[in-house]
Design a protein around this ligand. Structure first.
Ligand SMILES: [Zn+2]
Ligand SMILES: [Zn+2]
Length: 182
């Protein structure tokens, strides 16, 4: 509990909340991720998801690294602690499926056709389901790409040099022809 709450974090947090009625959603007025989840900058460049801060400040610290702040109201910018609960990724997924208005939750396969079931499902930090196999493929691409970058750069330089040489030769030819015609 000593990580939170210190006065400055609490002050900075509440300054960015539109506190409404007890049962209403309290929209986050600060920076939001594209999906609407609020972000609070803590010390230096450290950023915290606003919902987590809200729960911690309400005396409900994160039970474990496996737990995510979930919305009972399904409103991502809402930070009313009464609308938030700590759930594991599995709880959150079950909840999303139960609610059924999570478009991703109804997909049974990823775009590559891998089945989105069991161990092949992973959730990102916004609770969106991702295909584990595709994630592995992406990771491999990125590693491969990093390895190839210097080679690619060398190839591009070689190609540019070759092209430059070809242009010079063409120009020289043209000049020579002009000279012989004159
Ligand atoms: Zn709400
Ligand atoms: Zn996939």
């Amino acid at each position: 509990m000593s990580r939170w709450p210190d006065r400055t974090v609490a002050d900075r947090f509440w300054a960015k909340v539109d506190c409404r009625g007890q049962d209403e959603c309290w929209p986050w007025l600060g920076y939001r991720l594209p999906k609407g989840y609020g972000i609070l900058r803590i010390v230096g460049n450290k950023r915290m998801v606003a919902t987590r801060v809200s729960l911690a400040l309400a005396g409900r610290p994160r039970p474990s690294d496996q737990h995510e702040a979930c919305h009972s109201c399904d409103n991502p910018p809402c930070v009313n602690p009464a609308h938030l609960w700590w759930g594991t990724r599995h709880d959150n997924m079950r909840d999303s499926v139960k609610k059924g208005h999570h478009a991703q939750a109804s997909r049974t396969h990823c775009f590559r056709g891998h089945a989105l079931t069991g161990d092949n499902i992973m959730l990102n930090n916004l609770g969106r389901r991702l295909c584990r196999q595709c994630n592995r493929i992406r990771g491999r691409w990125q590693r491969e790409r990093r390895r190839q970058l210097p080679e690619d750069a060398a190839r591009v330089n070689d190609a540019a040099a070759a092209k430059g040489k070809a242009i010079q030769e063409t120009l020289a030819d043209a000049r020579a022809r002009e000279a012989s015609n004159a």
